[in-house]
Design a protein around this ligand. Sequence first.
Ligand code: ADP
Length: 357
Amino acid sequence: MSDNQTLVDQVNKILGKIKDPETGRRLRKQIHETKVEDNLISVKVGLTSYANPLKADFENEVKNALESELSEHEIAVDVVEHVRPAQSVGQVGLTAKAVIAVAAGKGGVGKSTAATSLAIALKRSGCKVGLLDADVYGPSIPHLTGVRGNVTKVDNKIQPLDFDGIPLMSIGFMVPPGEAVIWRGPMLHSAITTFLRDTAWGDLDYLIIDMPPGTGDIALSISQMIPLTGAIIVCTPQEVALIDAIKAVGMFRKVGIPVIGLIENMSSFVCPDNGKEYDIFGKGGAKDYASQDKIEFLGEIPISIQLRERGDSGQMWANFDDPNVSPFLEKIAYNLTKSLAEKAVLTPAQPQLPVLG
Ligand code: ADP
């Protein structure tokens, strides 16, 4: 065996100890190429679009692992896309790797803003994301995204509208704006069926669902149809808001839906006139509660006049060009993917499937 081949084997052995963030399983087919030329070791390792927010961490992990064991060599790591389609979740034909409910104990805390921002942040990282506005009592996603129109059917499937590459569905596309709809049990169930079973979402990494605030009817309907990966609770820092958030956490736990974490919205306000930070609604309450109740704190969003204006004019993508807002939104997407990856390490996804590329 040539020296080079021995070294290639050694490199592959080191890479084989690293875990895929999506499944928690060791890299195998994700080792796309290993080359040794003189002193240079170059590897191509694959990462699925699902785990894209963790790309920099993954690249560092691979680089550090190789450098620590093969310190006399120069190491070049190229992270390439590894294609692994999503599987069906539940019996409804939805293909998604994670279905995330974004919820709040009450309205007006910025739940829809957080859900939309999360979807955009994941999309910007290269994930395949769908956004579902299931807030049947006050669908605000059409307003926030500026996407309006009527849904059409092709081959008996409802075609979601397009929000710059994010398939989008909202009850707001199905009832005229401003028209009050009294949703009761069977109607709610039928709306949820339309959303999950009859909509052509395509192959998704993440389906982000903006839930109605408060009670758990919709959560229950959805969880009866598909296994939800978990819920994210959005709250504001005041103590009264926290009480509602705690209730929401309790509700999800009661119906057996895991609580992934908490987002604190309207955390602080940086005054544009003097650059001073003001904690208008207090600070840290949600973080403290999260740590007491062993819930992950996924991040915070500051109060921003521009963020509100962009929401009102359907310009939510522009928040990602704003250095006062963008890092906060990106951090939340990163923390979410990281949290799911850590859980995948503990319980590898779909362990019943022997080989998944
Ligand atoms: P919810 O879905 O909880 O009812 P929304 O996301 O619709 O709340 O937000 C309610 C209002 O508050 C919107 O006008 C939105 O633009 C505004 N808003 C949300 N988060 C912030 C924030 N961090 N800074 C400024 N305005 C915000």
